[in-house]
Structures are given as structure tokens and as C-alpha cells.
Ligand binder design. Structure first.
Ligand code: SF4
Length: 408
């Protein structure tokens, strides 16, 4: 892949490399990668200053007027308010007025308080929390280092916002052994605005918990993630506004309607993100850490390499172009332009790398075909012609892919 064809529009700056809680499914700390132990706990001023200078140079060269900077961890709030204020002020000072930085931060909410709200408001930072549902659901996996649940602390932070009329954004990792609808109802009760459901990281090397071996992957009736999500979709799709803005469903519907949208999970768009570790290392997405200890490591560092050169790294290039590098099965699939082969770390196997469908293929296919059917039927009910659009049947599509099971 020629780096000249690739672009960058965002970086995730890992300002803190440690976390103050210990979620069971965490791909950074609990899936076999211990490279964080060799990282400085926080990104130094010298590193982030160099990063902002590089972003400015890249944007000027490519005539970009805006650039997204994620403040990432670990838990980014561990860096403290004074640190974050200096970080944000330095970004503005170095980038503006030529480039407008968009700041986003994802926090577990444990340290969140009114002063953070004021600070984020001052710099226009968009922020979201991680919460998996009600107390019973959340505290199954989102626990501290003593195994205690974190729900109470996070919900205290969320209520601080809702009392001020702010609808919080939530990232929620799916646990298929929980009550999907109870969790969804709880998010509505909390007044959640944006809601993103995430499937836990897994692949053929580290199998998700619903698969006991890799050939299970082709058991097309074993689709707990699809079933869990569909139970929410069927409620969400038909209920009136206001309701949570569920990214997974919205993007899926828009793709089915033919719009050019997408993100790491869905669609065929390229990714334009780089990860910057606390020591300045330039890497591909953290989720690749589930592919093996040190898997994301390379020789690149912001202090000696420029951002554009990093696009020559094979893993970064794969991450950016993963929707164009599909397995034979995906190439033959009816929904490949909607699925895009799903999230690339979930395709990995030790023997043949990323030349596979996602380990969640049956779930993804079932979800997509279900949503497509609902959307087409709703359009027809409302008198919108969908001539020539065939309603896809999951069992039929699964049957067409069945022949690829011999590869497993
Ligand atoms: S549904 Fe499965 S076969 Fe189809 S594109 Fe997605 S991962 Fe590939």
C-alpha cells in the first residue's frame, strides 16, 4: 500500500498509559499484552508539543482546516486537570488559527466532577462515558482492582450532567449473558443521548466466549450478539423520539439506504486515525493488542519520524485500508459493502493473519439482514418505492457462504 494514498485526520494521544479500574474484557491490560508496563505513565510535554507541531505541518501540507485529537488512555483523567489544561492550551496555541482542533475524550467517569465539566466546556471538549447498563449488568465486568463494581461512581458523574440538562454519551460493551432490554431501558432512564454498543474484542486467536473452537465460527445458529442487538433494535426502531442515538443502528440504516458513511465496524470507508503512545510511539489501533503481546509495536516515534511516514508501516496501512483487504468469503458476500469485513482485529488468526472474515461473521450477517428487512418493509409501508431492492434472508445468505467453511 502506497502511503501517499493514505490520509490522517485524527490522532488518539494516549496521555495516560494506566487505568484506575480493571474491566475484565479490556484489550489493553487483560488480553495478553503487557507492553503498557514499559510505557511512561503519562505523555510528556515534549512529546505532545512535538505531536502538535507535526499535526500542524501535516495539515498545512495537505490543506486541512480541522483535525481531531482524542485524549486517550488507560484512563485519561488520571493525568489530572492541570495537565489536561496545559495539553489543550498547547494544542490550541500550536494549531490555531490555521487548524481548528476538535477534542474528544472517553472516560470511565470515576474521577469526573464539576471542575472537569467546566474545563471541557472552556475548550469545547466532547466527552463520553463507559457504562454497560444497570448496576447488575455493569458490575459484572467493569470492576476495580479489588473486584468491586464501578456503577455507583459512574452514575454519580452521569447524574451531574443530566441535572444540568446535558445528555451524556455512553460507550457500552455487550455481555450477551445479560438482559439486553433491561440495560437499554436503563440508558433511557438515565437520559443518555449518544449510545454506542461495542462487541468485545475477540478473533480466531483469542476466541469470544460464545465459541469453544474456531470451527464453531461456522455454526450459523450460534449468533448471541446478533440476537442481543436485534432485541434492542426492534424496540428502538419503532419507538418515538426522543430516544438514544445508537450509532451502530444509525450507521447501519444509512448504509442500507446507500449513504457514504461508516466507521471501524461498518461500511467501506478508510480509517484515518493514528495512535500515539505516552512515549511518542506511533501505532495502529489498540485493539490489535489482542493479536499477541507487543503486536502493535514498531520502530516509529513522533520524536524522530513524521506522521505521514508512519503510514508506510504495514499494520497501520492495514488498519487504514482494511475495508479494501477482504477475505475470499467476504468478497463473495452480499452485504460486503455494508459490513466491510467488520473490525479488522476481529479477523486475525495466528496461521493466516487477517485473511479471514470477522470471527463474529454469523452475528454481523444476521444483524445486517434483519435491519435491512426492517428498513425495506418500513419504507414500503410508508409508500416509498424500493423497486429492485431484494430483501435479504439470513439463512439463504449464510448458506451461500457455507462453502468457505472448508477453509477452517
Ligand atoms: S458478513 Fe461475514 S462474510 Fe459478509 S462481509 Fe461481513 S464478515 Fe465478510
Amino acid at each position: 500500500m502506497n502511503a501517499a494514498n493514505l490520509q490522517i485526520s485524527s490522532v488518539a494521544a494516549k496521555i495516560a498509559s494506566r487505568c484506575n479500574i480493571n474491566c475484565s474484557y479490556c484489550y489493553i491490560y487483560n488480553k495478553g499484552d503487557d507492553s503498557y508496563k514499559h510505557q511512561p505513565k503519562f505523555m510528556s510535554e515534549a512529546i505532545y508539543t512535538r505531536l502538535f507541531e507535526q499535526i500542524r505541518g501535516y495539515c498545512n501540507k495537505h490543506r486541512l482546516k480541522s483535525f481531531t485529537i482524542y485524549l486517550f488512555g488507560g484512563e485519561p483523567l488520571l493525568a489530572g486537570k492541570e495537565y489536561v489544561r496545559k495539553f489543550l492550551a498547547a494544542a490550541e496555541q500550536i494549531l490555531m488559527p490555521d487548524v481548528a482542533p476538535d477534542f474528544l475524550i472517553q472516560t470511565n467517569g470515576i474521577l469526573f466532577d464539576q471542575e472537569w465539566i467546566d474545563l471541557f466546556k472552556e475548550f469545547g471538549v466532547i466527552y463520553g462515558f463507559s457504562l454497560d447498563g444497570n448496576k447488575e449488568i455493569n458490575d459484572r465486568n467493569r470492576v476495580d482492582f479489588k473486584g468491586n463494581g464501578t456503577y455507583d461512581q459512574v452514575v454519580k458523574a452521569i447524574k451531574l450532567l443530566t441535572e444540568q440538562g446535558i445528555r451524556p454519551g455512553i460507550n457500552s460493551v455487550i455481555d450477551v449473558d445479560t438482559d439486553a432490554l433491561a440495560g437499554y431501558q436503563h440508558f433511557k432512564d438515565l437520559g443518555v443521548g449518544d449510545l454506542d454498543y461495542l462487541i468485545p474484542d475477540g478473533n480466531f486467536y483469542q476466541l469470544p466466549k460464545h465459541l469453544s473452537n474456531r470451527t464453531d465460527h461456522f455454526n450459523w445458529t450460534n449468533t448471541p450478539y446478533a440476537d442481543w442487538l436485534i432485541s434492542i433494535f426492534d424496540v428502538w426502531f419503532h419507538e418515538p423520539l426522543p430516544k438514544p442515538n445508537i450509532r451502530l443502528f444509525k450507521v447501519l440504516i444509512n448504509l442500507i439506504l446507500g449513504q457514504d458513511v461508516g466507521y471501524d465496524y461498518l461500511g467501506t470507508r478508510r480509517t484515518e486515525l493514528l495512535i500515539i503512545e505516552t512515549d511518542g510511539a506511533i501505532e495502529a489501533a489498540d485493539d490489535f493488542k489482542i493479536c499477541g503481546n507487543g503486536f502493535t509495536k514498531n520502530e516509529l516515534n513522533i520524536l524522530k519520524d513524521d506522521l505521514e511516514a508512519a503510514l508506510n508501516d504495514h499494520l497501520i496501512a492495514l488498519y487504514h485500508t482494511s475495508k479494501e483487504q477482504l477475505s475470499k468469503q467476504c468478497e463473495s458476500c452480499s452485504v460486503k459493502n455494508i459490513c466491510g469485513g467488520w473490525y479488522v482485529p476481529s479477523r486475525y488468526d495466528k496461521d493466516n493473519g487477517f485473511d479471514n472474515p470477522t470471527v463474529y461473521c454469523p452475528d454481523v450477517l444476521k444483524l445486517i439482514t434483519h435491519v435491512q428487512k426492517c428498513v425495506i418493509e418500513e419504507l414500503n409501508k410508508n409508500g416509498v418505492e424500493t423497486d429492485g431492492v431484494e430483501i435479504l434472508d439470513y439463512n439463504r445468505e449464510a448458506g451461500l457462504l457455507e462453502k468457505y467453511s472448508c477453509n477452517f
